[in-house]
Design a protein around this ligand. Structure first.
Ligand code: FAD
Ligand code: 2HG
Ligand code: ZN
Length: 479
């Protein structure tokens, strides 16, 4: 979206105060330096900010927040800036300061007995996974952006990803939080207890709040024992219904082993093969639909390979699977996952796309794909339907690519119309308009219709109680 607003001045005294708190290294004010922090990954939003503040520790962060609160200047917390909904982008009028957590990335503690990782918000998810692995454990959260997305960002968005089917979302991994409140007060809730019924569960308020209530400075995350066996297979399937049947067969065989179950369309896969260097399909022929399944277990000698082969053989005989390949090495497992994880990048390279990060009950996924595909084709002949995602937990990225002969801007101008067309079906199936990416700047307009009445009113009351000055990430989440 174009930046049409003139920059708004913030008090020079505040800038001087911020510089005194974080030093020259911690403050960016040159527009060339701040520009990357003011635009989102999808290039949907281009904001402007007079300053990006990069505190080095929680004391500096608290002082920054106290100074901004005293000056009445709003702040936008930013992690890896990989939000799919423009959640970390400042306003266009230059009235908001970006607070980047990037310099707060220390691993404070890993405990293989307690199965906990205490880590600062600015560490990348990948760094958190590595720290867990070095201690012989697993942090069971995996998303395509994990090399860039930060622990604070994944908690603020309650990220989901590939392992939700087995381990739940980010909020299921949080035992404790350290949060800096809008007035600069620090709440140290870094407890590592498995049981702690002492009043309201405050940490869960900040998880999924998308930076509208406070800034997460550090967290205690729950770990699990690392898997000893992992098997990954890519399957060509005749339909989304067959993919669902395959999923239920795996779940029926051993629900504790299904670590991921992902769906991909033939069109989406063709984009990956076309745009991603080195990507190749290890099956006899391209298919209309694919499923990627990962089984894993911490049990030694669990015979996962035999389980994978047994379920796939049964599915091949029943006509649920047309062809399948099981990875033979870590390299092959990574190559199969790459075909899945490069879907976002491939869709971006193919042209403009409208994303619908929706969820429905797992049993309704095939109906969602069929009905939403039909509805979009009626709305815009030639629109290209590229659904993919986390079928095992009911979360499909029902993405639409511009028709080949249509101008990208003309296509994007109809984004709400397209999103609303998909959402009519989602709603009818009892689903959600945002499964894992959040509401951000893109979708607050949907909140009154989907969450209106007592639910939205309660959210607004909580927001007002914690952030009465509306200084935390204004314009995001709540309409
Ligand atoms: P940012 O984009 O920087 O911020 C996101 C929101 O959190 C903003 O509202 C921001 O203000 C707030 N925030 C950031 N840090 C803090 C903090 N410390 N305290 C308080 N608020 C904060 N998401 C999924 O759920 N599942 C996926 O499978 C997935 N795959 C992706 C694949 C790709 C290729 C890309 C580009 C994105 C994907 N995402 C996915 C979306 C995105 O990566 C996640 O939402 C991620 O959790 C955002 O982390 P971040 O550090 O980049 O946060
Ligand atoms: C994924 O699952 C991400 O790969 C991104 O959530 C989805 O690009 C998208 O729409
Ligand atoms: Zn996803």
């Amino acid at each position: 979206m174009p930046d049409t607003h003139p920059p708004r001045d913030i008090p020079a005294t505040l800038l001087a105060q911020l510089r005194a708190i974080v030093g020259e290294r911690g403050l960016l004010t040159d527009p060339t330096d701040t520009a990357p922090y003011a635009e989102d990954w999808r290039h949907l939003y281009r904001g402007r900010t007079p300053a990006v503040v990069r505190p080095a520790d929680v004391a500096e962060l608290a002082a920054v927040m106290r100074a901004c609160a005293a000056a009445g200047v709003p702040v936008v917390p930013q992690g890896g800036n990989t939000s799919m909904v423009g959640g970390a982008v400042p306003a266009e009028d230059g009235s908001e300061i970006v607070v980047s957590l990037a310099r707060m990335h220390r691993i404070r503690d890993v405990d293989a007995v307690d199965l906990t990782l205490t880590i600062e918000a600015g560490a990348t998810l990948k760094a958190a996974q590595n720290a867990a692995a070095e201690a012989g454990c697993l942090l069971p959260l995996s998303i395509g952006s994990e090399g860039t997305a930060q622990v604070g960002g994944i908690l603020a968005t309650n990220a989901g990803g590939n392992n939700t089917v087995r381990y739940g979302n980010a909020r299921d991994m949080v035992l404790g939080l350290e949060v800096v409140l809008p007035d600069g007060q620090v709440w140290n809730g870094l407890r590592r207890l498995r049981k702690d019924n002492t009043g309201y569960c405050l940490r869960q308020l900040f998880v999924g709040a998308e930076g509208t209530l406070g800034i997460i400075a550090a967290a205690v995350l729950k770990l699990v024992p690392r898997p000893r066996e992992t098997e990954v297979a890519l399957c060509a399937v005749p339909s989304p219904e067959a993919a669902l049947q395959l999923f239920t067969r795996f779940q029926g065989h051993d629900p504790a082993a299904v670590q991921a179950f992902e769906y991909m369309s033939g069109m989406g896969m063709s984009f990956v093969l076309k745009h991603i260097p080195g990507a190749s399909l290890p099956l006899a022929a391209p298919a209309a639909h694919y499923a990627l399944v990962e089984l894993a277990t911490p049990r030694p000698n669990a015979g996962l390979r035999a389980a994978m082969e047994q379920v796939l053989e049964g599915a091949l005989e029943a006509g649920i699977v047309a062809d399948a390949v099981i990875a033979e090495s870590d390299g092959q497992r990574a190559a199969l996952w790459r075909l899945r994880e490069e879907h976002s990048e491939a869709q971006k390279r193919e042209g403009a796309s409208v994303k619908n990060d929706v969820s429905v009950p797992v049993s309704k996924v095939p109906e969602l794909i069929r009905r939403a595909s039909e509805a979009c084709a009626r709305l815009m002949p030639g629109i290209r339907v590229v659904p993919f995602g986390h079928m095992g937990d009911g979360n499909i990225h029902f993405n639409l690519e511009q028709p080949v002969d249509m101008d990208a801007a003309a296509f994007l101008a109809r984004d709400h119309e397209i999103m609303d067309t998909v959402c009519v079906v989602v709603r009818d199936l009892g689903g959600s308009f945002s499964a894992e990416h959040g509401v951000g700047k893109l979708k607050p307009y949907m909140m009154p219709e989907w969450r209106g009445g007592a639910e939205l009113e309660l959210m607004q009351r909580i927001k007002h109680a914690i952030d009465p000055g509306n200084l935390m990430n204004p314009g995001k989440v709540l309409p």
